[in-house]
Design a protein around this ligand. Structure first.
Ligand code: CTP
Length: 403
């Protein structure tokens, strides 16, 4: 599947570097060429000899190596690949990338490249959660750097939590998605997904039962058709898809901001279950029960309707805007009215009554509503709904042509 593709693999200095040896094997099994670069810290975990032997290629190590520079300069090296993969991407490498440092071969290649970069972050759970690291990650994601993982689980340091490097197979999937050629190659598609959390006080919030499963599946299916995906997600139960640009948010207002900053896009799919209201008088500290037993009174204000805002854009509107309609009664009728009201091109309507088991479940039964009428799709897995919708989006964008 990766035949003819050239991957520049930068191996950072983390214990997960041992998995990068397996990653090289798996990338080569897909017929990719892997050019390895190893940092000084990585040499504490794996040897240049083993990396080079598995890659079947010379391993690059030093910025100021005269022989290397004579054969292939670092600028050329950074551009000869189809994709740069950083695995493991340590906290230090992420910080260097976010800060634009260029003080060794790896960081210089990452600064000099004109190719896409996919990172597989890994570090101790506390380091992962540290605000400095989270800031760096947000910067990298805003710069369009693709991420895969980290996963949650037992760590080599004996702690548990997010920070384990994605498994080699997951990284290969992310590489495949990043290099996908397909009907949506070169198209940018924005997908919103998951619920939003609207704070009441620092420990309480208003949410809904959306798991993010349908939005995640749609983003994955669009990526598999070659689209470049920006995935704006509320706090979902399911992990975001690999190989896409993830913008995590909490509230509807944050989601609206993230969507604005992610545009322009060729198409936008609004699968998120956005809260309609937020609490205006959210407390800065925890609301306590008072002795008289008086109850707190929450005041609400309407959230921005992100779908309606994007559909109504006079300039730079995506060619295809797809909304969702979560309904419990008169599904087709309500969703048809919603499509007109929100001025989107398509609405994917579903019945979210508890008896359907759709919200939070693995299946979906949807009706696709367009200006030409409605089409009931049979009940199928969310993945199948996603594939079919992605195919329809590819057809519609293909028919719309380039601008
Ligand atoms: N949506 C949005 N921003 C909001 C509310 C909804 O972008 N503030 C989007 C959703 O992502 C979905 C569509 O609008 O694509 C419809 O969401 P839904 O909750 O069904 O509709 P509402 O506008 O909330 O209408 P109602 O709850 O009255 O049915």
């Amino acid at each position: 599947m990766l035949a003819g593709k050239r991957i520049l693999l930068i191996i950072g200095g983390g214990i997960a570097a041992y998995k990068s040896l397996d990653l090289i094997r798996r990338l080569r099994a897909q017929n990719a060429t892997v050019t390895p670069v190893i940092t000084n810290a990585a040499k504490e975990f794996v040897t240049p000899l083993s990396v080079s032997a598995l890659a079947g290629e010379k391993v690059y190590q030093d910025l100021f190596d005269l022989t290397d520079e004579a054969e292939m300069g670092h600028i050329e090296l950074s551009r000869a690949a189809d994709l740069i993969v950083v695995a493991p991407a340590t906290a230090d490498l992420c910080a260097k990338m976010a800060g634009g440092h260029a003080n060794d071969l790896a960081s210089t290649l990452l600064m000099a490249t004109d190719k896409r970069v996919l990172i597989a972050p890994t570090m101790n759970v506390r380091m992962w959660q540290h605000p400095a690291n989270q800031r760096n990650l947000a910067t990298l994601q805003a710069d369009g750097i693709l991420t895969v993982g980290p996963n949650e689980g037992d760590m080599a340091c004996g702690e548990f939590g997010p920070g384990r490097m994605a498994e080699p197979d997951e990284i290969v999937d992310a590489v495949t998605a990043a290099l996908a050629t397909g009907p949506l190659a070169g198209r940018h598609v924005l997908v919103t997904s998951g619920p939003t959390h609207e704070p009441i006080d620092p420990v309480r919030y208003i949410a809904n039962r959306s798991s993010g499963a349908q939005g995640t599946a749609i983003a994955q299916a669009l990526a598999a058709l070659g689209a470049d995906i920006t995935f704006v997600t509320g706090p979902a139960d399911v992990a975001p898809p690999s190989g896409v640009t993830v913008m995590p948010v909490q509230t509807a207002v944050e989601m609206a901001e993230a969507v604005k900053s992610a545009l322009p896009a060729d198409a936008a799919v609004f699968a998120a279950a956005v809260a309609d209201w937020h609490v205006v008088n959210a407390a800065q500290s925890k609301i306590k029960k008072d002795a008289k037993g008086s109850l707190p009174v929450l005041k609400f204000a309407e959230n921005p309707d992100i779908l309606a805002q994007v559909s109504g854009m006079k300039k730079g509107r995506p060619k295809l805007v797809v909304g969702f309609a979560a309904e419990t009664d008169n599904v087709t009728q309500n969703a048809t009215a919603k499509r007109k009201r929100k001025k989107c091109d398509w609405i994917v309507a579903n019945d979210v009554s508890p008896s359907t088991g759709i919200m939070g479940g693995s299946e979906n039964a949807v009706t696709l509503i367009t200006k030409d009428g409605s089409q009931d799709w049979p009940r199928m897995s969310k993945r199948q709904v996603a594939d079919r919708l992605a195919g329809a989006i590819a057809d519609a964008l293909g028919a719309a042509g380039d601008t």
